[in-house]
Design a protein around this ligand. Sequence first.
Ligand code: ARG
Length: 398
Amino acid sequence: MSERVVLAYSGGLDTSVGIGWLKDATGKEVIALAVDVGQGGENMDDIRQRALDCGAVEAIVVDAKDEFAQDFVMPALKANALYQKRYPLVSALSRPLIAKHLARVAGELGANSVAHGCTGKGNDQVRFESAVAALAPELTSIAPIRDLALTRDKAIAYAEEHGLPIKQSKKNPYSIDKNVWGRTVETGPLEDPWNAPEDDVWEYTSDPAAGLPGEDVVITFSEGIPVAINGKAVTPLAAIEQLNVLAGAHGVGRVDIMEDRLVGIKSREVYEVPAALTLINAHEELENLVLERDLGRYKAKVESDWANLIYDGLWFSDLKSSLDSFINHTQAHVSGDVRVRLEGGKATVTGRKSEQSLYDFDLATYDTGDTFDQSHAKGFIEIWSMPSKISARRQARK
Ligand code: ARG
């Protein structure tokens, strides 16, 4: 039996040509694996058939939408994960999941390598290969575009020459990645950081300036996970899908940033993440209500480390699983309702309540019924400011 390679297959030009290209260059049989993470667009059966028509010995489709939402997005939500405070890690979350299935299928079908359609300039190559290395260190990774000189022009020529069934979609200047947690857009006119995103960039969100009347949505969380929207029970996947529609209609979740890639390049990136930003806003605000102060402050530091780790492709690392243990522990009391106003491109929390609330009206109120003994404050501040006072005296002696 000849050697086999499992290719992460999207159905697009590069990975379709990649099937024959890999076989020609390595002599390996190619198994195509298409993982549905909610990217939408084409029917997965059509994608499967195209892989076979392009020469794959087997083509496998996995519906991983629920798995993605539960096992990859929910940990990110518990971590309020935003890379550079803005990017909810859309692609960075799907790569370890796809890698997990690549490694699984390689094991099941006796392949000794995996392949992906990434270039050598981005983060995704690192994420795929680091994840595979952590899960199945015996596998090697091949990237036809990076390692086997498969360029765009060569791919088009190859597809024509071999009569591959790839309809060249109308020329889209952007490089796009999509899943339920959001949509990423780069290249084309966006490569000039001064160019404002044009209207053709957007797909998940409507124009925030369209003047749609605002709308309230109530999100119920249980231990950090959304379990109901407007009182109706939802799975994590359904919560995300529904909020993408609801918040997307109000133009919530448009992000435009200069991003620091792991490989050292600065890159201009545009994201559409309506559900992600709505959920993270709501979740974070519920935490403000129920987390003890020092825990909240400490968690914020862990969140930023967690986001960097995931961005950098270390999903299956010991540090990441240890941080997850901490974060999961913090979620024990993160249950309750958050009301979010969706309006003009913003998702603004306007109300929160929880049986686990640490808010004490009697302590906080300035009205009658105040139980906070203000006389204690004077002595507290005296001791609290002692180190500053001593230091100031030394300063004065100089
Ligand atoms: N810059 C984002 C990231 O690194 C998005 C990458 C999208 N990937 C792609 N192949 N277009 O996570």
